[in-house]
Design a protein around this ligand. Structure first.
Ligand code: G1P
Length: 294
């Protein structure tokens, strides 16, 4: 039986240039949706999937992510003295007991594949998850990664999250070709990073959730620069599927591309409309604004 995934890798060393000037000082993973930063949503997803070791691939300028998961002694004392117990619990439980955070520095920004390779020594020889926090996945039921971890357990295959994208958008994603889907899953026969629409093997795009075999590390070590002059995870996966089964997985849930302005706005609206306290007032505000614009 396949070992259940316990370790999750979060590549968070990117510059976040789309969100400048905010990202001059705030890493894009720390941008909030309502009251929690993007990274918290990805971390919660990994924990729900059963991970207890969270590996953040960061760079020497990004202290905010490490600070966020560290203990905030002064703040906790102040909240305790002020009797703000609810807030105190929120601050204390960004990571539940028994979950550890490990920080690895990516000395050079050489691409997503290189970032994942930086986790090799900590992951070792077991299947693991990769989550790109820009891709925020909203769900009523089990999180996308939990669904994928279960699929990995059942088949032993590496599992890559996918969804359909408009044909003219293939150049923004890894694109897969697959065999016939059985339920949510299909064996991947080809994968290519950011193909032009006329060269794309399909419109089925990779979303930032992966459950990978540890064999990916030796393949990443042999991977040269690819699309955009970067070491691409997609290129190593293309090698992996020559020797191991890699499945595409149409997860249940709604993805928001929070690496774009509109995606962040959409996600904020979605989460507001599903927030117990905000749902009513947020709906009213939206209706009023839309009416005013007419
Ligand atoms: C990365 C991957 C790409 C994937 C995308 C999902 O690209 O390289 O294959 O489709 O994430 O968000 P990026 O968005 O980092 O350029």
């Amino acid at each position: 039986m396949t070992q259940r995934i316990r370790k999750a890798v979060f590549p968070v060393a990117g510059l976040g240039t789309r969100f400048l000037p905010a990202t001059k000082t705030v890493p894009k993973e720390m941008l909030p949706i309502i009251d929690r930063p993007l990274i918290q949503y990805a971390v919660d997803e990994a924990i729900e999937a059963g991970c207890d070791t969270l590996i953040f691939i960061t760079n020497r300028y990004k202290h905010a992510v490490a600070d966020y998961f560290d203990k905030a002694y002064e703040l906790e004392q102040k909240l305790e003295r002020a009797g703000k117990h609810e807030q105190l619990e929120l601050v204390r439980h960004v990571l539940p007991k028994g979950v550890r955070a490990v920080f690895v520095t990516q000395a050079e920004a050489l691409g997503l594949g290189h970032a994942v390779l930086c986790a090799k020594a900590i992951v070792g020889n077991e299947p693991f998850a990769v989550l790109l926090p820009d891709d925020l996945i909203w769900n009523r039921g089990h999180s996308a990664l939990k669904q994928m971890a279960d699929a990995n357990q059942a088949t032993g295959a590496s599992i890559i999250a996918v969804e359909d994208v408009p044909h003219d958008k293939t150049g923004s994603y890894g694109i897969v070709a697959t065999d016939m889907f059985e339920g949510r899953q299909a064996c991947i026969s080809a994968i290519v990073e950011k193909p032009k629409p006329e060269e794309a093997p399909s419109d089925l795009a990779v979303v930032g959730r992966y459950v990978l075999s540890p064999k990916i590390f030796e393949l990443l070590e042999a991977t040269g620069t690819g699309a955009g002059g970067e070491i691409q995870l997609t290129d190593a996966i293309a090698e992996l599927l020559k020797t191991e089964r890699v499945d595409a997985f149409r997860f249940e849930g709604r993805r928001f591309d929070c690496g774009t302005h509109l995606g962040l706005v959409e996600a904020t609206i979605r989460f507001a409309l599903n927030n117990e306290k905000l749902a009513g007032p947020a709906r009213e505000v939206l209706q009023r604004m839309l009416a005013e614009d007419c």
